[in-house]
Design a protein around this ligand. Structure first.
Ligand SMILES: Cc1ncc(COP(=O)(O)O)c(C=O)c1O
Length: 479
């Protein structure tokens, strides 16, 4: 490395870099409402970056100019209002600003010694989130990288409880002496919860699924019979508040009754569904979550903070340090009164995710989030109405929340033909790029499932979604 490539020799470039980034960022943000969600040639454009490791550095400014000039074509405008694929929120202005500050300050939110500010703001953010979601104030919470790791964190607490019911401290001693775990859910269990169960050694496929139909609707009676048959042995129930294909909810109160009646830990995946509790007209969908043992949600979905951000809440917080303790002489005293987050979750070094959460809640408050969530909910109803009024489209499910599950089904087309048409339609929408929505399988049928979670989305975007989808559907070749 030559002297000029050394970052120390380039440290006076910060001003130019900040100027470049803020200028380009503003231009990008100002174009978000009209920018194509997917740029033509996006797949090929990223090949421009393929190169051997440079021996000599190009300099910070050149590197960032290249990243922006050559890179933007390969990005997807998921921060904008017309991205309806998966479940992806944007970034509110306050959270975006806070995210930049997070990087500038570069705090390691492991605990008080490393950062009093980020630690305090995580404590406050967790308290505010519990208030926003009407969760009991005495619960413990932690910010995570997203809902997958939040599921992992809460299910690690559940696993710890389960193992100690059998007289084994699993985090310390491993599985030795333990029976096969009893984990129960419906067919709506999200792949991330299965992934978390796999990472915890509980088994992705070992989940017992109790469903009354092909959609996966919970069979409460069958789950109860299975719990009864355990004769008091402990089990973990995974409840689903906001199923990913159509936004449906399980009766969480009834699951809480089962957990009370038998010996079970009730965990609820509310990655986006927990936000129903912000809207008085929709809170009943997620009623009973306050009786669960743990619940999780995502920040980078409906809170609209930048990636990555999620939260896990646990009724009895003492299970978290049992699952996640890490002992070293140079680390903080685990018995400190203030939370030391490295003992409450999987990571040791942690990004200060509390800055974005605190800033967005400080900026918009309960009222701002209620407006945003309720706007998205009305837009989902608007879209459902458009689908219902279109002779060539068929809605496949009720729309309790923010996802509209439907398919293209023109007259005279069989189910098999409709599947092929909808597969092609999904691909055509993603390639077209004006709006973005992909396919899933619902009740054995290939379906579209736009999810509305972005704070910027308006009626105009929903109209465009329907216009583009019908235009592309009309142009599909028939077989
Ligand atoms: C219900 C549910 N749980 C968990 C997840 C996983 O979230 P993440 O991608 O933030 O890890 C998702 C993502 O869509 C989800 O919809």
């Amino acid at each position: 490395m030559t002297h000029s490539s050394d970052p120390l020799a380039q440290s006076d470039e910060f001003k130019q870099i900040i100027d470049l980034v803020s200028r380009e960022a503003l231009a990008y943000l100002e174009g978000l409402d009209t920018r194509l969600v997917r740029q033509p040639g996006a797949n090929e454009s990223v090949e421009r970056f393929v190169a051997p490791l440079p021996e000599e550095g190009a300099g910070a400014l050149r590197a960032l100019e290249t990243l922006l000039a050559d890179g933007l074509q390969g990005t997807v405008t998921s921060a904008g209002p017309r991205f309806f694929h998966w479940v992806i929120g944007g970034s509110t202005p306050a959270s975006l600003g806070a995210d930049w500050i997070t990087s500038v300050l570069d705090q390691n939110n492991g605990g008080w010694d490393a950062t009093p500010l980020a630690t305090k703001l995580e404590m406050i953010s967790i308290d505010w989130l519990k208030d926003l979601f009407a969760l009991p104030p005495e619960w413990t919470g932690i910010l995570t990288t997203g809902a997958t790791m939040a599921n992992f964190t809460a299910l690690a607490a559940a696993r710890q409880w389960w193992s100690e019911q059998h007289g084994v401290d699993i985090a310390d001693q491993g599985f030795h002496g333990l029976p096969a775990p009893e984990v129960m859910s419906s067919g709506w269990i999200h792949s991330s919860a299965r992934k978390a169960l796999g990472m915890l050694g509980l088994g992705r496929s070992a989940v017992q699924v109790f469903a009354t139909d092909e959609i996966g609707t919970l069979d409460l009676a069958a789950m109860e019979a299975a719990l009864q048959a355990l004769n008091g042995a402990p089990a973990i129930i995974v409840g689903n508040a906001g199923e990913v294909n159509a936004g449906h909810f399980e009766p969480i109160g009834a699951l809480a009754d089962l957990a009370d009646r038998y010996n079970a830990w009730l965990h609820v995946d509310g990655a986006f569904g927990l936000f129903a509790r912000i809207s008085p007209d929709h809170a009943h969908l997620a009623a009973g979550i306050e009786r669960a043992d743990s619940v999780i949600a995502d920040g980078h979905k409906w809170l609209n903070v930048p990636y990555d951000n999620g939260f896990a809440f646990v009724r009895d917080g003492s299970w978290l340090p049992k699952a996640f303790s890490a002992v070293a002489d140079y680390l903080p005293d685990p018995n400190e009164e203030r939370p030391t987050y490295i003992y409450l979750g999987p990571e040791m070094s942690r990004r200060a995710r509390s800055f974005t959460v605190w800033a967005t809640l400080r900026a918009y408050g309960r009222a701002g989030y209620r407006s945003m969530v309720e706007r998205n909910l009305s837009l989902a109803q608007l879209l459902a109405g458009m689908v219902d009024n279109h002779p060539d489209f068929e809605r496949l499910a009720e729309v309790p929340l923010n996802i509209v599950c439907f398919r293209y089904r023109p007259a005279g087309v069989t189910d098999d033909q409709a599947d092929r048409l909808n597969e092609r339609l999904g691909e055509a929408i993603l390639m077209d790029g004006r709006v973005y929505a992909g396919t899933t399988i619902w009740d054995g049928k290939v379906a579209l499932r736009p999810a509305i979670v972005n704070w910027r989305t308006t009626e105009r975007d929903i109209q465009l979604l329907m216009e583009v989808v019908s235009e592309l559907a009309d142009g599909l070749p028939r077989d």
